[in-house]
Design a protein around this ligand. Structure first.
Ligand SMILES: [Zn+2]
Ligand SMILES: [Zn+2]
Length: 184
């Protein structure tokens, strides 16, 4: 490389890449195909590292994914299908349950905020709706739909457990997570 001036070097390198573009792309493609697993591992690692260090990264990825979904819905679906086949449906269902719009986390957050701002009294100042012992927490007796986020009854710890145990086998179990941790 003959140039000493940094700007000239930059130009020289850029020019070199332009000239060898086809060859480099072909090489990269060959490499990716020969090392598929390795490449996907590296991509995953980079994703997670950036995700952790850059708080804006998640938002950017979200916007990008939305855009891709709009531009190439079939392509995105095929990627999702592939990842489903790889990990099984379980992970996806778990993710959807944790992020669905009507999920218990958001219902719980709403209740906590209501208590903080005085919209709801603290559950511990009320009697349990089931057994009248001092209540400890609120239970979403109508489920976690957005319209029911503040539809709660005060319950003691034991009755809360019982409510969720009763839900477990019931047809409401899907809309109303039987997992008690969703309420608390
Ligand atoms: Zn009770
Ligand atoms: Zn509950």
């Amino acid at each position: 490389m003959p140039q000493k001036d940094p700007e000239a070097r930059k130009r020289y390198i850029a020019e070199w890449y332009r000239k060898n573009r086809e060859r480099l792309l072909a090489y990269a493609k060959e490499y990716r195909e020969a090392h598929q697993d390795e490449v996907s591992d590296v991509k995953k690692r980079i994703y997670h590292e950036r995700y952790k260090i850059d708080p804006e990264y998640k938002a950017r990825v979200h916007i990008y994914q939305k855009k891709r979904r709009k531009e190439k819905p079939e392509h995105v679906k095929s990627i999702e299908r592939r990842s489903r086949e790889k990990t099984g449906n379980k992970a996806l269902l778990k993710y959807q349950a944790a992020h669905s719009r009507s999920d218990g986390r958001r219902a719980r957050t709403t209740v906590n905020r209501a208590v903080r701002t005085g919209k709801l009294p603290n559950a511990s100042t009320l009697p349990c709706a089931t057994c009248a012992a001092p209540a400890r927490e609120y239970h979403h007796h109508l489920g976690y739909e957005r319209s029911n986020w503040l539809m709660v009854i005060p319950v003691c710890a034991q009755c809360h457990k019982d409510h969720h145990a009763a839900l477990r086998g019931s047809p409401f179990a899907a809309s109303q997570a039987s997992d008690i941790s969703m309420c608390k």
